[in-house]
Design a protein around this ligand. Sequence first.
Ligand SMILES: CC(C)(COP(=O)(O)OP(=O)(O)OC[C@H]1O[C@@H](n2cnc3c(N)ncnc32)[C@H](O)[C@@H]1OP(=O)(O)O)[C@@H](O)C(=O)NCCC(=O)NCCS
Length: 195
Amino acid sequence: MNKTDTTRSPASNGNDTVVRPAVIGDVPEIMEILQPYIEEDILLPVSVYRLFEQIRYFVVGERDGQVIGCGSLVIVWHDLAEVRSLAVRRGCQGGGVGGRIVDELIVEAEELGVARVFALTYETGFFGRHGFEVVDRDTLPHKVWKDCTSCARFTHCDEIAVARTLIPEDQRAPAPALPAMQQDPTLIMPSPAPQ
Ligand SMILES: CC(C)(COP(=O)(O)OP(=O)(O)OC[C@H]1O[C@@H](n2cnc3c(N)ncnc32)[C@H](O)[C@@H]1OP(=O)(O)O)[C@@H](O)C(=O)NCCC(=O)NCCS
């Protein structure tokens, strides 16, 4: 949903689950949902610090006052965004919440002008039903793998890359003209020299 448009109702499928932008107070429940999947190496570890920092990227599914699902959309480059930290509370899966969260993140990506959305996942069937296709991991920029260095499976990762095209290549705006130093998406700017 458009986070700046307060006139739009939250997405609802007719039962009592609402999909809405996350707020700071959701962080403990988001952590609670993610933790078991992180421990099972299904999801990448994420710190509480990072959750607060990125809370504006998250949407949550809420039912009866409880957060039962979450997911975030992280812009990676001028034409690319990633679905991250998508999870539904154990016991609440299969009820359509995960699907609605992905659909909401796709709407956000479209509103932002993102050309392509990807995810790294074992859930290829689920993503396939939401318009994603399995893609060669090498087609994704190196920057994508930056956060993977903190993952226990970094050296033997078997997650599958899936992507959904929102804007066909021949309809995309040209890549923005960036200063030469910033054209490499893998570049990490050096820290300023100590005074
Ligand atoms: C992947 C995940 C987010 C999906 O969430 P979910 O809420 O279970 O997803 P949905 O309910 O929308 O869809 C799951 C299945 O339930 C079915 N379903 C959807 N609505 C349903 C309903 N009202 N009643 C019964 N089944 C339903 C769907 O057909 C779907 O089937 P599929 O898996 O064959 O596509 C969830 O399983 C999860 O948290 N997995 C662990 C973490 C993970 O792997 N995240 C992805 C990393 S990118």
